[in-house]
Design a protein around this ligand. Structure first.
Ligand code: 13P
Ligand code: SF4
Length: 363
């Protein structure tokens, strides 16, 4: 992960100038973090959303951070964009907007604020910066990476193009700005089939997620060429473990993310982006049993709203998503760190690839 830090430092030097976000906005004093009567009263409604996951005895630890973050984000004119894999106290108590990768990208483009605090991983913060270059984009932990994003470089794509002239390159949004800049268009798990089909060509690269590409290949007549990147969270699920649950209780509905191996998606009742998995679970009748085959926080985040649905959780943790915590979000707001910048030469091309996706009529 050291390379992300180096990359950030390099892009900051070659980025929008030498004035840091801390210098532009000023650094504040760290607020008092006591569980006062005022904090208890103001955070009580938020606790109702997370009481299933945070025992009452632990709330006094979280509440002062939540209170301070919500106050400071107003003072700073900042918004918090959180991915669906963030922990319940982030998802429910401090996020202004939570969603899947495509929804976060769209929100970053239209949100009215000076500062975006990206509660997710580095490629998501970079995507926000590409779509909102005039805004200050901060990530609470610069080391929040992604195994898919790290599996491929812009140079790899140039080599693929040389070996396969004329074949369009679709890259999953879980990639660095360099990789996006070298591609024709981006996609997310919610629009990958439509993006691939938007090309005339019979053959299309869909990289770097091999499993997503194989899952998409089953839904289109296009020949899909891919890469050997995998999500370290979803690659660990196996059809055998899921079928063992189903054997024990055939009424369980398996809902799998398309970053899972095709053998896993094949035994699922539904597969889609994190937000469509959430919609699917919420649309089930009371008494339904739903197994979300994805990152652990998803089920925790929607359990309360999906009334009467029983969640079975064979979850895997994303260590990168879990780097984002309330204390680090508060540090971001107080000290204006860590700023995500993208080399201006890369911005233009990378932004074009993301905008093509966001503007695709079928989104
Ligand atoms: P989506 O939220 O776009 O489905 O992506 C899942 C993921 O793994 C993001 O890191
Ligand atoms: Fe990357 Fe997988 Fe973590 Fe998403 S869940 S950030 S794809 S490692």
């Amino acid at each position: 992960m050291g390379n992300l830090q180096e990359q950030a430092e390099t892009t900051q030097q070659g980025g929008s100038g030498t004035i840091s976000a801390a210098e532009r906005y000023g650094v504040l004093e760290m607020p008092e973090l006591a569980y006062t009567d005022e904090v208890a009263k103001e955070t009580a409604p938020l606790y109702e959303h997370v009481r299933h996951h945070i025992p009452e005895i632990e709330w006094p630890v979280h509440a002062p951070y939540i209170h301070a973050i919500n106050k400071l984000k107003k003072e700073r004119n900042a918004v918090i964009l959180a991915h669906n894999y963030q922990t319940p106290e982030i998802f429910h108590c401090v996020a202004d907007f939570a969603g899947d990768s495509l929804q976060l990208a769209k929100e970053a483009e239209k949100v009215d604020a000076d500062i975006i605090i990206q509660c997710g991983v580095h490629f998501m913060a970079e995507t926000s910066k590409l779509l909102s270059p005039e805004k200050t984009v901060l990530i609470p932990d610069m080391k929040a990476g992604c195994s898919l994003a790290e599996s491929i470089t812009g140079e790899d794509i140039e080599l693929l193009r040389q070996a396969n002239p004329g074949v369009p390159v679709v890259t999953y949004v879980n990639t660095s700005a360099d990789v996006k800049a070298a591609s024709d268009i981006c996609c997310t798990s919610s629009n990958a089939v439509r993006v691939v089909e938007s090309f005339e060509s019979d053959t299309v690269f869909l990289i770097p997620d091999e499993f997503l590409a194989q899952n998409v290949a089953k839904q289109t007549k296009k020949k899909i060429l891919t890469w050997k990147g995998h999500c370290e969270v979803h690659e660990r699920f196996t059809a055998e473990e899921l079928l063992a649950y189903k054997e024990a209780d055939p009424s369980i509905q398996i809902v799998a993310h398309p970053e899972c191996p095709p053998s896993v998606v094949a035994v699922a009742d539904f597969s889609g982006s994190t937000s469509s998995m959430i919609d699917y679970a919420k649309s089930q009748k009371s008494g339904a049993k739903v197994m979300l085959v994805t990152e652990c926080s998803m089920a925790s985040n929607i359990e309360q709203e999906a009334k009467g649905v029983e969640f079975i959780k064979p979850c895997n943790l994303c260590p990168h998503m879990k780097r984002i915590t309330l204390p680090k979000i508060l540090d971001s707001l107080v000290y204006m760190k860590e700023e995500v910048l993208v080399d201006p030469e890369v911005v233009v091309k990378a932004r074009r690839a993301v905008e093509r996706m966001v503007n695709l009529k079928t989104n």
